[in-house]
Write a protein that binds this ligand. Structure first.
Ligand code: 8X3
Length: 258
């Protein structure tokens, strides 16, 4: 990939960068010339991604759900990595696809803690620096699930609707500054997402993508790159993307099915 002059030496923090969309963002932004801070819960999980990157990379391990850990990790950044230009709030997960009245409260807590509270903690720690420097772009990874609720999606969809509201609210809050705020909302992307949702039931997870061509994590990273490389006066507010084999919201074109 050609180094993008807009991104050369920019510092990008990507949460949940050990796999899926986060890891794809690390590859895409690193290849485009950015300095990349990759985050995951442990350094160990980041190793394979770091080994793939040829540009400058800094590993920052913390759990986005742990407010004190978020604050101290961001405060611990060395001087040369402090001025974060782009924050990609990617860490997120789904757990379960149960009726609300039968759902696991632990599943709910995990989704709310990661998808909403984690995103808020990281934003609260990083955005003040952007405001001080009058420079920055926050990209929140939402979902088609934040636009319409599907059966069994109840709490997960609510967390992604919250991401949409938080994105809009933050954009209002930084109005009058050059800071940009965007959400990228994918539909079906083939990652570990469904395996995590179904607590490691790989057969059930593979059924989600059966007979269709889902988005890849690289497809989503590509759109995020597009978002941040628009001219500085252009703010893409919310990009909803899905595979050609999906239609709003849960209609699928599966091959070999009657
Ligand atoms: C991921 C998309 O439709 O599996 O957020 O919830 S979906």
């Amino acid at each position: 990939m050609i180094v993008n002059t807009q991104l050369a030496n920019s510092i990008v923090l990507i949460t949940g960068a050990s796999s899926g969309i986060g890891a794809a963002c690390a590859r895409t932004f690193s290849a485009a010339g950015a300095k990349v801070i990759v985050n995951a819960r442990t350094r160990e999980r980041l190793k394979p991604v770091i080994e793939e990157l040829s540009g400058e990379v800094y590993a920052l391990s913390f759990d986005v759900c742990d407010r004190a850990a978020v604050e101290s990790a961001i405060a611990s950044l060395p001087e040369s990595w402090r001025a974060i230009d782009i924050l990609i709030n990617n860490a997120g997960l789904s757990r379960g696809l149960d009726k609300l009245y039968e759902g696991s409260i632990q599943d709910w807590e995990e989704m709310i803690d990661t998808n909403i509270k984690g995103l808020l903690y990281v934003s609260r720690a990083v955005v003040p620096g952007m405001v001080d420097r009058a420079k920055g772009h926050i990209i929140n990874i939402g979902s088609t699930a934040g636009h319409q609720t599907y059966p069994g999606g109840n709490v997960y969809c609510a967390t992604k609707a919250a991401v949409k509201s938080i994105t809009e609210g933050l954009k209002q809050d930084v109005l009058g500054t050059p800071i940009r705020v965007s959400a990228v909302d994918p539909g079906l992307v083939e990652t570990d997402f469904s395996n995590v949702r179904f607590h490691g039931d790989r057969d059930r997870a593979s059924q989600v993508y059966r007979g269709l061509t889902p988005l890849t994590p690289a497809d989503v990273a590509d759109v995020i790159l597009f978002c941040v490389t628009r001219p500085p006066h252009v703010n893409l507010m919310d990009i909803v993307m899905m595979p050609v084999d999906q239609a709003p919201l849960m209609l699928f074109n599966r091959q070999n099915e009657g």
